[in-house]
Design a protein around this ligand. Structure first.
Ligand code: PMP
Ligand code: GLU
Length: 396
């Protein structure tokens, strides 16, 4: 098969690949506890399901305008005003088939081959690949674990060049769970303004935060920052709607128009009944607090368990539902006579020998780390921890 050359410019989604592989093993009768899935285990709240069913029954099953109908645009604008106190117009909003789709549209609409795009590392797997797919160059800025996975601002300053087109921010962060400090966000925004760089702020985990951690959105920092920022959010994580494929972006009208033009030649509008269900979702977040509290309990159990394992260190994540422990102390050790080489090898050994399935850190730019999603029941987490301990006891 003679595929297009661009297919070699980027990698398969590692999170999707590992989660799929574990699901397949379990379908074959294996017993692997998956810590790989980046989606809440909670179901979509009933009131959202009912709104979707009603829309379907009411015959709201036709195409809508490409960037979403009036109702969803209005709901997103009102929601953003309520949560962030920031106003947008209808030509500054686009609803897409997931936040990933919005991000894809942004990278296609914004990046040329000669552009550099700053990505904070560890990073979500799709950022560099979407940048590469646009033909542009990802440039990584380190977020050291010792700094709570907040970026090294000096490193950021050093990496900005005349070719820098944008900086991608993801706070709370996948895979680290870090919430960037307000000071960090202010400094990044200042750099963006001074160096005439766009900001892409992926805030998809903004509602899943612990102990009062408040992620600061750059769009709240005044017009100078807002007019060079595109804010991305979605329904997958907050509303447990991963399979419904609804996300959105808010930003400068010319960028939104370009994204709409692209969407009009690819997917057209997001699924119509899901637009109506999403309008209902944005009106009521009362179901969320007990879920976040449940995530917090699981996080506490996981982080304590990791830090009690010899050779493992885990920063306490302030948001999202991922823990990102450093397993450096296990690399080079042996299990059943086999020396552990790296995070991919360790992941495969954990899947095969312990029945525990994380995602290798190298997929997120952090070799020797592993990502564990804690979007699974406490019983499964406890069983997974037991299995990890049993694996650790066999290391030599
Ligand atoms: N951004 C981040 C950081 C994510 O973890 C995800 C999860 N898939 C997305 C964007 C995309 O989410 P979705 O396309 O399901 O809205
Ligand atoms: N964002 C989730 C994750 O990181 C879902 C998979 C994906 O979209 O990459 O696991």
């Amino acid at each position: 098969m003679n595929l297009a050359r661009r297919m070699e410019s980027f990698a398969e989604s590692a999170t999707m690949e590992v989660a799929g592989r574990i699901a397949q093993l379990n379908a074959q009768g294996k017993n692997v506890i998956s810590f790989a899935a980046g989606e809440p285990d909670f179901d979509t709240p009933d009131f959202i399901k009912e709104a979707a069913i009603k829309a379907i029954r009411d015959g709201l099953n036709k195409y809508t305008p490409v960037a979403g109908n009036d109702a969803i645009k209005t709901a997103i604008i009102e929601f953003t005003k309520k949560t962030l106190g920031v106003e947008y117009q209808k030509n500054e909003v686009i609803a897409s088939l997931g936040a990933k789709h919005s991000l894809y549209n942004i990278s296609q609409a914004l990046f040329d081959e000669w552009d550099e795009v700053i990505i904070f590392s560890p990073y979500w797997v799709s950022y560099p690949n979407q940048v590469l797919l646009a033909g542009a160059k990802p440039v990584f800025v380190n977020c050291p674990a010792a700094n709570g996975f907040n970026p090294d601002i000096e490193d950021l300053k050093a990496k900005i060049t005349s070719a820098t087109k944008a900086i991608i921010i993801n706070s709370p962060c996948n895979p680290t769970g870090a919430v960037f400090s307000a000071e960090t966000i202010r400094k990044i925004a200042e750099i963006a303004v001074n160096d005439d760089v766009y900001l892409i702020s992926d805030e998809i985990y903004d509602a899943i935060v612990y102990e009062g951690a408040r992620p600061l959105s750059p769009v709240t920092l005044g017009d100078d920052v807002k007019r060079r920022t595109v804010l991305v959010n979605g329904f997958s994580k907050t509303f447990s709607m991963t399979g419904w494929r609804m996300g959105y972006a808010l930003g400068p009208a010319p960028l939104v128009a370009a994204m709409t033009k692209l969407q009009g030649q690819s997917t057209s509008n997001p699924v119509t009944p899901m637009q109506f269900a999403s309008v209902a979702a944005l009106k009521d977040l009362s179901f969320l607090a007990p879920r976040v509290e449940e995530f917090r309990k699981r996080r506490d159990a996981m982080v304590a368990a990791f830090n009690a394992l010899e050779g493992v260190a885990c920063v306490n994540p302030a948001g999202a539902f991922y823990a990102f422990p450093d397993f450096s102390g296990w690399i080079g050790k042996s299990i059943d006579g086999e020396a552990i080489k790296d995070s991919v090898h360790l992941t495969n050994l954990l899947i095969d020998k312990a029945g525990v399935g994380p995602v290798p850190g190298v997929a997120f730019g952090a070799e020797n780390f592993l990502r564990f999603s804690y979007a699974l029941s406490m019983a499964q987490i406890e069983e997974g921890i037991q299995r990890l301990r049993a694996f650790a006891a066999k290391l030599s």
